[in-house]
Every structure is written in structure tokens, then in C-alpha cells.
Ligand binder design. Structure first.
Ligand code: 5GP
Ligand code: ZN
Length: 135
């Protein structure tokens, strides 16, 4: 629980939300953005900022529940797939500093474009590969 965190307030019930799934570790609710049909936010109940400071136990439970919700959407709700999105860090577009994934339920030929309009690479692939490779 972090004071002044919008998502902690949603977990506590101080801010209302349309819940989709809840258990001891995880809460999923409808995003209020009205940007695309079915936009869901999935959060750990433990306050961590993003994937960079999230312990593996919290992450494992979160991902297992994301799979559960995604299976529900495709098996029971008539969707054909999902997009799973995450912004970790302000530089990456994270607006709410409580770890969350966005699930966008998808239907065949729904016309939704969930892939960012990138600006085009400025370096060679080899340059970046040399900088970031772990092996
Ligand atoms: P981010 O840009 O941090 O990855 O995404 C934050 C998301 O939280 C946005 O999609 C935004 O619409 C959603 N959001 C922000 N405040 C609230 C709120 O009070 N309730 C709900 N349900 N969603 C919120
Ligand atoms: Zn929080």
C-alpha cells in the first residue's frame, strides 16, 4: 500500500472500479480510458512500481492470473486472442506508478491496431546487439 497511489486506492476500495478478477495477490478491472473496447488493467495487490522492482513471486502470480483471465476471454467470452501491454518507467510511457499490464481482448478482423507506430531504427542492429547481449 502506497499513499496517493491510484491503484492502491482501487485495491482498498477507496476508488470504485469494475472488477473482472480478484484473488489474494491480483486484481483486474476495466480501464477507464474508453480507448478501445474491453481494455482491462491487471495489477499485483502488492505495491511495486513496475517490472524492474517486482520480486519473482509477485511476478509469477501476476502472470499466471493474466493467463487465467486471457483464457477466460478466449474460451468463454467470444474473443480470439489478446494483446498484452506493459509500460515500465516514465520514459516508456508509464503514467501510473503501480505495476500493471494492459489486456486488450481481440477478435478476428476487429480493426484494432495495438502495435506502436515506431520512428524507425537510428543504429544498426549489430551496434545495439553488441551493447545489450547477455551471452
Ligand atoms: P500506463 O500509461 O501507466 O501504462 O496506464 C495507466 C492506465 O490506467 C491508463 O490506461 C488509464 O486509463 C488507467 N487509469 C488511470 N486512472 C484510472 C482509474 O482511476 N481507474 C481505472 N479503472 N483506470 C485508470
Ligand atoms: Zn500502488
Amino acid at each position: 500500500m502506497s499513499e496517493n497511489c491510484i491503484f492502491c486506492k482501487i485495491i482498498k476500495g477507496d476508488i470504485p472500479s469494475m472488477k473482472v478478477y480478484e484473488d489474494d495477490s491480483t486484481l483486474a478491472f476495466m480501464d477507464i480510458g474508453k480507448d478501445v473496447d474491453g481494455h482491462i488493467v491487471v495489477i499485483p495487490k502488492k505495491h511495486v512500481k513496475n517490472i524492474l522492482d517486482c520480486d519473482n513471486d509477485t511476478l509469477t502470480k501476476l502472470m499466471a492470473n493474466i493467463k487465467k483471465i486471457s483464457e477466460h476471454l478466449t474460451n468463454d467470452c467470444g474473443y480470439n486472442g489478446i494483446n498484452l501491454l506493459n509500460n515500465s518507467g516514465e520514459c516508456a510511457g508509464q503514467a501510473v506508478p503501480h505495476f500493471h499490464f494492459h489486456i486488450i481482448p481481440r477478435k478476428t478482423d476487429d480493426g484494432v491496431d495495438c502495435w506502436p507506430k515506431f520512428t524507425g531504427a537510428k543504429s544498426t542492429i549489430e551496434e545495439i546487439h553488441n551493447k545489450i547481449k547477455m551471452i
